[in-house]
Design a protein. Structure first.
Length: 175
């Protein structure tokens, strides 16, 4: 791992406040319905737990793992399903919960795949979005923060599997 340090970017309070806001909006949008949250592991797990706690309509959860990044900081362009969902999506109102959308490659493939499983509706919610990095167009329904083109860690996001447990979001600076 090259020499680097992590600079604080978004505090735990800022992130929590924003997740509460998004939770309220989602609860309103889905009034009278049930939501099936699909977490994209591993990065999305922290966000999904916090978000789920703030949604007031009934929620069920499922997890899926796809690989896109190797051990570096660049998207490979190929996604592989490492762990598929346990439950069917048929007839459900599904929200995919992601940690970050970067090139959009992972998400556009995933949306394609999941929409073929006939959910009643399929939306996308992300903690972070780096719009400047987009290569493939994806429609994001709920975004907590749009951020500049920097490599970020914390709140579930990793650099080579490190820093996921930081309670805030930091930027990796290479020394
Ligand atoms: P995409 O396919 O390029 O949109 O990549 C999305 C995935 O790459 C995310 O789900 C993350 O796992 C990872 N990723 C992209 N940017 C970052 C970052 O700044 N920090 C940590 N992981 C990232
Ligand atoms: Mg991810």
């Amino acid at each position: 791992m090259p020499k680097h340090h992590v600079e604080k970017f978004l505090t735990e309070e800022e992130v929590d406040k924003k997740i509460s806001e998004i939770g309220r909006i989602i609860s309103k949008d889905y009034e009278g319905k049930k939501i099936h949250l699909v977490c994209v592991l591993r990065g999305g797990a922290f966000f999904m737990c916090e978000l789920a706690k703030r949604i007031t309509v009934p929620v069920s959860l499922d997890f899926m793992s796809v690989s896109s990044y190797g051990s570096g900081t660049e998207s490979s362009g190929n996604i592989k399903i490492v762990k598929d969902l346990d439950d069917t999506l048929e007839g459900k109102d599904v929200i995919i919960v992601e940690d970050i959308i970067d090139s959009g490659r992972t998400l556009s493939r995933l949306m394609e795949l999941l929409s073929s499983r006939k959910p009643n509706s399929l939306k996308l919610c992300t903690l972070l979005d780096k719009p400047d990095r987009r290569v493939v167009d994806v429609k994001v329904d709920y975004t907590c923060f749009e951020i500049p083109d920097e490599f970020v860690v914390g709140y579930g996001l990793d650099y080579d599997q490190m820093y996921r447990n930081l309670p805030y979001i930091g930027i990796v600076k290479f020394d």
